[in-house]
Design a protein around this ligand. Sequence first.
Ligand code: SF4
Length: 483
Amino acid sequence: MTTFLGMPAVAPRGVGQLRGDEPFPVAARRELGNEQLRRNLGHATRTIRAKRAAVVGEVPDWEELRLAGEALKAATMARLPELLVQLEEQVTARGGHVHWARDANEANAIVAGLVRAAGADEVVKVKSMATQEIGLNEALQAQGIAAWETDLAELIVQLGHDKPSHILVPAIHRNRTEIRDIFLASMEGAPADLTDEPRQLAMAARSHLRRKFLSAKVAVSGANFAVAETGTLAVVESEGNGRMCLTLPPTLITVMGIEKLVPTWTDLEVFLQLLPRSSTGERMNPYTSLWTGVTPGDGPQDFHLVLLDNGRTAVLADEVGRSALHCIRCSACLNVCPVYERTGGHAYGSVYPGPIGAVLSPQLTGVEDNASLPYASSLCGACFDACPVRIDIPSLLVHLRAKHVEAAGPSAEAISMAAVAWVMAGATRFRGGERLMRLGRLLGRRRDRISALPPPLSAWTASRDLPRPPAQSFREWWANRNA
Ligand code: SF4
């Protein structure tokens, strides 16, 4: 199956949050030293895992649902161009406006222009991975427009001048005492006697946000799904903040990745069962908001849908890699990943952390810009078992590693292995090599192992010791024994 949407281009540099400042191993090493982070993460992921396992266990046809989700996503990707055109026609016919954004820069400019056209200098936001991906808040700020996050965890991240570390629970790395301190330091009108009791924290956020909901003229959202046959958009959430944003302000702007389509309402039925159980461990989402264009006298009267590519067409062009676009952002793969549980989300450098981030971010940016991410996995396969749409993340990781190796040319490892093979292929060379190895006995004489070697061999000893070479080689032992 092939799909063609135009010239595939990767997400541009210098905008958005898909590239980290340092490679994963460097960032992960630092994060591993943060004991508070590891405690918070261990507790949070254990709790979510148990909730998910309980509600998934209640569904007798869970595996069939997963297969249906996988098949629907694959079929949608194969027809993406025509379905996107159908979506545009339906949204337009129902009074909405559709904008096509090739990349983050175009999407940010479109949204900023729409906010200005509405005469607003602030917007309220529903939690949205797409807008984080393109760095919308920063782009709006540069234009003098304030963007207020209304999801509680996103608000904590925003007020703490922090970065999200989980797709679903962006402040998973914070405990409640840290949250109280952030509110006291940065939240307008936070009560001075605020404690770290969860109800008190929620009430403080509620009264802060209510003022924003009632005054904002423009809301910005993402979308969990869009139904091509009717032009209907869907957002699922747990706090009701999304419902407030989607109904109160007169202008609504939705930024949606082009892969979020489903062809029909019947398809939505499958995903609305898979998503809540896999993400928050609930049977259904507390709030499921659906809207179709504009309804006179009810809700926003000006609706804009921004369809975002930002590297997705390039992902779609790879027949193996494209299954990363099936992701419904439930974050189940993060919660079961032994690497994510220990390093946390910041180490991945992108807004998409964990196993899905390790395969999606390098494809959106081009593998060379996120070359360390496909290696941020033990390939244990827990992510595949948990994924509600059966994305074979371990195979994608291996596929991307192969692409990286091909693009990077012969590595130090490959050159070393070729040299070792050449030495071992000749008896004289092998004997010489053995004698050379014996020099290593000097290096390991103190601790009976070698812990530090000069570059490029330091790549090995940075994380592992080498055994001290024996005083006698096997060949020498064999010769002595026969003599
Ligand atoms: S890859 Fe699968 S498990 Fe991970 S976030 Fe996406 S849908 Fe969920």
